[in-house]
Design a protein around this ligand. Structure first.
Ligand code: NAI
Length: 263
């Protein structure tokens, strides 16, 4: 049996901040990183669930024979729309683990509304969480990451392709893609790489509404050559690559993880 940490062993002992880590992809990222010896500050606006998730991961890893020297996950409450709260996350990482190497801006929201009906509250919240949240996370990362540090932002296939009811979301994710490039151009001076991941339909709470509606599901999968949703674990692999030394000359780009989606 290959130890998990045998893949990208250089990550062991590093420290990552992962936002939106109470559930879904963020929780999978936190667990996967800790399994490989990366210490994680997992942050979410849902404090109760974040603390429960951190406790579950730490307990699981203690009994996981494949995790060589697992990292520890510390849960924290953060509202990513508040710049100061990102700084507190960085301070927590420094206090608990003595360094910060990676910043994963994963928290996001998905409101479904036709363009004619999007309310000021909906567009405001979507841009605030999905775009400002990424910017403020990156600003904190720029203050604390050293050369070799990496930021990964969660974009979406929705950054490139639109569908009905997703005007606010698609606009926000297109902004994340462009923001990622802007950050890469500026943070390159510090030796910090900035990339994004553009997932397609991934099996999380965010896509429950698609999964529970047979017509919406058939229509969604129709354009996916692999004919199924992806799992959070299948997004974790590309994330790991982007953090690793194997990607040390990769910055300002987006990796699509979408089963080959054609819409
Ligand atoms: P999810 O809804 O399961 O998890 C999102 C997490 O973000 C939740 O725990 C939520 O409490 C947290 N969050 C929301 N607002 C926050 C705030 N203001 N401050 C801190 N935390 C906050 O979603 P999922 O599917 O795991 O998505 C993760 C990221 O991936 C999001 O950015 C999403 O837009 C993106 N994405 C998801 C896709 C999917 O098919 N599930 C496809 C493409 C992108």
């Amino acid at each position: 049996v290959t130890q998990m940490s045998a893949v990208y062993p250089e990550l062991a002992g590093k420290v990552a901040v992962v936002t939106g880590a109470a559930q879904g992809m963020g929780a999978t990222f936190a667990e996967g990183l800790a399994t490989r010896g990366v210490h994680v500050v997992g942050a979410d606006i849902n404090e109760e669930q974040m603390l429960a998730t951190a406790a579950r991961i730490n307990t699981d890893l203690e009994s996981n024979a494949l995790a060589d020297k697992p990292g520890r996950v510390v849960g924290a409450r953060v509202d990513v729309t508040k710049p100061d709260e990102h700084e507190l996350l960085a301070q927590l990482a420094l206090k608990e683990f003595g360094r910060v190497d990676f910043w994963i801006n994963n928290a996001g929201i998905f409101p479904f509304a036709l363009a004619e009906e999007i309310t000021p509250e909906q567009i405001g919240a979507t841009l605030s969480v999905n775009v400002e949240g990424v910017l403020y996370g990156a600003q904190a990362a720029a203050r604390h990451l050293g050369p070799g540090g990496a930021i990964v932002n969660m974009s979406s296939v929705s950054a490139l392709r639109v569908r009905k009811g997703r005007g606010a979301y698609c606009t926000s994710k297109a902004a994340v893609a462009h923001l990622t490039e802007s950050l890469a151009v500026e943070f390159g001076d510090k030796g910090i790489r900035v990339n994004s991941i553009a997932p397609g339909y991934i099996d999380t709470a965010m896509t429950k509404w698609v999964q529970e509606d047979p017509i919406a599901l058939a229509s969604a999968l129709d354009a996916v050559p692999l004919h199924r949703l992806g799992s959070p674990e299948e997004v974790f692999g590309p994330l790991l690559f982007l953090l690793s030394d194997s990607a040390r000359y990769v910055t300002g780009h987006s990796i699509a993880v979408d089963g080959g989606s054609r819409h």
